[in-house]
Design a protein around this ligand. Structure first.
Ligand SMILES: [Zn+2]
Ligand SMILES: [Zn+2]
Length: 318
């Protein structure tokens, strides 16, 4: 761990920068052993469940997070590992992420790294005694995807329902809402608005804005620089945005550069967006480093936007 003890003289500036980077890159929230126990049953909290990409990195589950409002969880995306990560968050004190309480998910788009955990999210909580069906909001194609998953696992469902296992008859189901941009969900605690983002050749890719009594949280999903981020964040409390390292990008082959520049957002592009979106807190996820370090990625953003930036890691809570 970096020790933040101030030196004297001309090393002070370098020390300050290193301290900021250590704070920005060192993780946060529930994973901090020294932090006092938090109360996640009231107010709004953002729990990163998977900050990963298609790369199979052992410390980063597939793309997923939870916005927890007044003790209820609203999931965004369902990358591989989602239910086990949710269980990890439960062990850290976020009761809303107990497997049997995972009841609603909003999909940003249908790329595999955001949806390979969907059968896990439909079926595992049911086996662990969730009786409510999973409610799934997502872009066109979601209904077909869920239908195929139900067909794929029908032998398992039949065996659990008709065999010796005590299984409830409803929790394996999924209710799908294919949505368009606009307000897609509202209850007494939270209003959820879907908005379009640019993600290469995907016809529909969505970001989400969650508004509760105490916070506004915006999730980019996978996105190339999108003006809608500026519009829907507009001074929001927390913006969770994907990013890749500009220096890492410059080391990539041209054929991959052509792909990434259309589908994703570089650190410098993100910094430019942030000068106009002005979130109170920017949390980085889905980071593509390609040889850069987390500290270098954060420094790239700070070179053009000196705001509050955190390098998100699985199970961080903001
Ligand atoms: Zn992705
Ligand atoms: Zn994607």
């Amino acid at each position: 761990m970096f020790a933040c003890t101030p030196p004297r003289g001309d090393r002070l500036v370098a020390w300050l920068l290193a301290c900021w980077l250590a704070a920005a890159c060192g993780g946060a929230g529930a994973a901090d052993d020294d932090a006092p126990a938090k109360n996640y049953s009231t107010g709004t909290h953002v729990v990163l469940l998977g900050t990963g990409t298609p790369n199979a990195e052992p410390d980063r589950a597939g793309a997923a997070l939870a916005v927890v409002v007044n003790g209820n969880a609203y999931l965004v995306d369902a990358g591989p590992g989602i239910v086990r990560r949710a269980s990890g968050a439960r062990e850290l004190g976020v009761d809303a992420l107990a497997p049997s309480r995972l009841e609603i998910v909003f999909l940003t788009h249908l790329h595999t790294d955001h949806t390979l955990g969907l059968p896990d999210l439909i079926f595992t909580p049911w086996v662990l005694e969730r009786s409510a069906p999973l409610t799934v909001y997502g872009p066109p194609g979601t209904e077909a995807m869920v239908g195929h998953l139900m067909a794929a696992y029908e032998e398992d469902v039949r065996e659990r329902l008709e065999g010796l296992e005590p299984a409830n008859p409803t929790g394996h189901r999924a209710e799908v809402h294919e949505i368009e941009p606009g307000v897609v969900f509202e209850n007494e605690d939270v209003r959820v608005t879907a908005f379009p983002v640019r993600h290469g050749s995907w016809e529909v890719a969505l970001g989400y804005r969650f508004e509760s009594a105490d916070r506004t949280v915006v999730i980019s999903g996978d996105a190339a620089p999108s003006e809608t981020i500026v519009e829907f964040c507009s001074g929001c409390d927390v913006l969770v945005h994907e990013v890749y390292s500009q220096a890492g990008f410059e080391r990539r082959e041209p054929i991959w550069q052509a792909y990434h520049s259309r589908f994703h957002t570089s650190s410098l592009e993100l910094a430019e967006l942030m000068t106009r979106a002005q979130p109170r807190l920017l949390v980085l996820t889905h980071q593509l480093l390609w040889g850069s370090s987390p500290e270098e990625l954060v420094a790239e953003i700070w070179s053009a936007w000196p705001g509050d930036v955190r390098y998100g890691r699985d199970l961080d809570v903001y």
